[in-house]
Ligand binder design. Structure first.
Ligand SMILES: *[C@@H]1O[C@H](CO)[C@@H](O)[C@H](O)[C@H]1NC(C)=O
Ligand SMILES: *[C@@H]1O[C@H](CO)[C@@H](O)[C@H](O)[C@H]1NC(C)=O
Ligand SMILES: *[C@@H]1O[C@H](CO)[C@@H](O)[C@H](O)[C@H]1NC(C)=O
Ligand SMILES: *[C@@H]1O[C@H](CO)[C@@H](O)[C@H](O)[C@H]1NC(C)=O
Ligand SMILES: *[C@@H]1O[C@H](CO)[C@@H](O)[C@H](O)[C@H]1NC(C)=O
Length: 301
């Protein structure tokens, strides 16, 4: 019975993780590239970028690392870290004595690790900026720090070599946060994106292709099956929830009844004691009658 209750909840969590399907592999990539980047930092000078070596299976991906002392993002920023411009006032959390900014250019692996929603295509490679504690440069599998810029002084990314926008289409900035969700924003001056957080960035275009209805139908069916699946699972979960609620109610009723019985029993015992005290030694047939009550209750259960 417990299995029946837990299964719907389990499948619901599976469904919720669907939109982040690729988040795990991009997370693994971040972990791998953090390791590569830190290896480039043997006795590094503060504030200089060091290019990292990447494994053969990632040829074309560019990674570099820059070590900074704590608070220097807040007081100085970083003027030009490849395409990234980090203004004064950016804060990192939690506090670390030194931090490392890892830069990624995913080149032709962009689509693989950061697949776009249906109908969008990349006009630039995906670029990443991630921050880590730089206290131990041999550390691996480090969690990212939390990096925040203010809304009026955001970090900007100036892309070079943006592919030309197809006629009649509008380009957009795309931002993948570290949780794997996708956000779109406007492009400034044709090649600049702005952000208040770290993550992965690119410029994309939605192909406005009215002459080919096939992808649209595909997207539609995909959505409805998703919705159907969601509803089925939500339905099952609510049925499970109802059953659970009913069971809890039954249990409460049962416990209450048992408590009441106990009390009655206690009272009857007291009565009995009283009776016994009063009519010293004589067995009371009344007490026996009261004691049959619990067996009556057992028939309910
Ligand atoms: C690339 O190779 C590294 C080992 O050098 C391995 O850990 C990683 O999973 C590989 N990545 C891909 C995408 O094949
Ligand atoms: C990306 O390009 C490099 C050469 O620049 C090539 O070796 C690699 O196979 C390409 N990878 C993909 C996934 O196309
Ligand atoms: C740095 O990290 C490495 C790998 O996790 C670990 O073996 C080493 O003890 C750490 N060093 C310090 C000083 O914490
Ligand atoms: C990722 O999700 C966690 C928990 O839901 C949240 O606290 C965090 O702010 C999110 N990170 C980003 C970059 O949105
Ligand atoms: C638009 O549709 C035409 C024909 O259906 C196709 O040849 C072309 O590649 C499509 N363009 C884009 C950007 O998807």
């Amino acid at each position: 019975m417990a299995m029946h209750l837990f299964l719907p909840i389990f499948s619901l969590s599976l469904l919720l993780s669907l939109p982040f399907e690729n988040a795990t592999s991009s997370k693994d990539l971040n972990t791998l590239l953090q390791d590569c980047a830190f290896k480039a930092l043997s006795s590094p000078k503060t504030g200089l970028p060091y290019d990292a070596k990447v494994p053969n299976n990632l040829t074309g991906v560019k990674v570099s690392a820059m070590r900074l002392i704590s608070g220097s993002l807040r007081t100085r920023g970083v003027q030009n870290y490849n395409e990234f411009h980090i203004p004064i006032g950016v804060i990192e959390k939690p506090y670390v004595k030194r931090l490392v900014l890892v830069y990624q250019n995913l080149g032709n692996f962009s689509e693989k690790y950061y697949p776009l929603p249906n109908g969008f295509s990349y006009l630039t490679p995906v670029l990443g900026l991630l921050s880590y504690s730089g206290v131990n440069l041999s550390a691996t599998k480090l969690p990212e720090l939390d990096l925040r810029a203010s809304v009026d002084k955001p970090i900007s990314i100036k892309f070079s070599n943006v592919k030309s926008v197809p006629h009649g289409s509008l380009s957009k900035c795309v931002y993948f946060d570290l949780n794997g969700s996708v956000h779109f924003d406007i492009v400034f001056h044709g090649n600049v994106c702005k952000t208040v957080k770290q993550g992965h960035f690119s410029i994309v275009v939605k192909s406005n292709n009215a002459s080919s209805p096939v992808p649209i139908v595909h997207a539609g069916t995909k959505k409805t099956t998703m919705n159907l699946k969601a509803w089925i699972i939500i339905g099952f979960s609510s049925v499970g929830g109802c059953i659970l609620l009913m069971l809890v109610c039954l249990l409460v009723v049962k416990v209450l009844r048992r408590m009441k019985l106990k009390q009655m029993e206690l009272e009857s015992e007291n009565n009995e004691a009283l009776v016994i005290k009063h009519y010293a030694g004589t067995k009371s047939p009344v007490a026996g009658a009261i004691r049959t009550l619990p067996t009556m209750d057992m028939q309910f259960v």
